[in-house]
Design a protein around this ligand. Structure first.
Ligand code: ADP
Ligand code: MG
Length: 345
């Protein structure tokens, strides 16, 4: 903030209306201690214990507090409403709630890369491929091809860019290097090279899975890896298994929410693609009427940029349906999973 003040003052020093400028500057600087607020522990009323509770619930940065509600913060931390209100206000003051022009966003969109699947129909449905800077969720029953698509995306990410690295967070022990070799050969790639550029981590429980998601940033920053694709297969299996019978759906949802935020931040910050798989509930007990309800409910649905519903079709084919996208129409694509990859019918 001090930096900002200095800059503004220096720039405007030649202006005649210097006094007015000074007045504006004073208003820009938030009052209070003058301490720069860059993380949640800098907020008024947030000590170590409160910070821990906030972080555990996924409110681990200033932005998340700024957009939260008083009720949420009270519930999570047990602070009074007045304190919660101060925390929110201070977060909002500290944030550069800057608006970007449509032009800026368009420029950012131009950086979006698309990863193809090998099926023209599926790629067309996705507007050319699976986008970087976004989370694509694929949900469907067992054997519908979610993991196959993960393997193909991993291979094709490296086909597009030999330096690209894929992070594969495997929660169900279904990552198969042999399958990658087949797909790499199908795409005329050196299988060893492709395998070398896929970093697989087996997640043993939901906390471990969340931690692995957070560690991806270290691969990028500390190891300088050019991560272009992060796959979480399956996103929801551990959560589903662990929270059964605990009756605390809210806890589970908060954790999934936090995990999704981590993934979205990665996608956004590093212009990488995130692909997550999700099962459908065989016997929906909390959602009625829709037998294809995905696990994770609204949290996952909301946090995913693109959502694909996958099902088995006739004669071993698969049908993918794009059901949610910010800029593409709802549509369907049929394809086959073959030894070499996805093929059109
Ligand atoms: P999900 O992850 O949705 O449970 P999978 O992605 O594991 O489902 O899909 C498994 C299916 O993929 C198999 O039933 C089979 O039809 C197909 N499949 C797997 N490996 C191969 C292969 N090498 N060649 C052709 N089809 C394959
Ligand atoms: Mg699978």
């Amino acid at each position: 903030m001090n930096m900002r003040k200095k800059e503004i003052v220096m720039e405007d020093i030649e202006l005649e209306e210097n006094e007015d400028v000074e007045k504006d500057v004073v208003e820009i600087i938030p009052p209070a201690s003058g301490k720069k607020i860059s993380n949640i522990t800098d907020l008024p009323g947030v000590g170590a214990a409160t910070a821990e509770k906030l972080t555990a619930a996924g409110f681990d940065n200033i932005m998340s507090i700024a957009v939260s509600s008083v009720g949420q913060l009270v519930e999570i931390t047990g602070v009074s409403e007045a304190v919660a209100r101060k925390m929110i206000q201070a977060s909002r003051d500290a944030l550069d709630m800057g608006f970007q022009s449509g032009e800026d966003i368009l420029k950012k969109r131009e950086k979006v890369q698309k990863i193809q699947t090998g099926s023209k129909a599926v790629d067309a449905m996705m507007g050319g491929g699976f986008e970087t800077g976004a989370i694509t969720e694929c949900f469907g029953e067992f054997g519908s091809g979610k993991t196959q698509i993960g393997h193909i995306l991993a291979t094709n990410t490296i086909a597009n860019d030999p330096e690209a690295v894929v992070v594969y967070i495997d929660t169900e022990n279904t990552f198969r290097p042999e399958r990658i070799i087949q797909l790499a050969e199908g795409a005329n790639l050196d299988p060893d090279k492709v395998l070398r550029n896929i970093k697989v981590a087996r997640a043993y429980n939901s906390d471990h899975q969340m931690l692995l998601g957070e560690k991806v940033e270290e691969l990028i920053k500390k190891q300088n890896l050019k991560v272009k694709m992060v796959i979480v297969d399956s996103l929801t299996a551990h959560f589903r298994a662990e929270f059964i019978g605990r009756g605390t759906l809210a806890d589970r949802q908060q954790k999934i929410n936090k995990h999704m935020h981590t993934l979205m931040r990665l996608a956004d910050t590093y212009n990488l693609a995130v692909y997550v798989t999700n099962q459908v509930m065989a016997k929906p007990d909390m959602f009625f009427g829709d037998p294809t309800q995905a696990i994770g409910g609204h949290i996952v649905a909301h946090a995913s940029t693109f959502r694909i519903y996958l099902r088995k079709g006739k004669k071993g084919s698969r049908v993918a349906k794009l059901i949610d996208s910010p800029n593409l129409p709802e549509s369907e694509a049929c394809f086959m999973v073959t030894k070499e990859g996805l093929k059109d019918i």
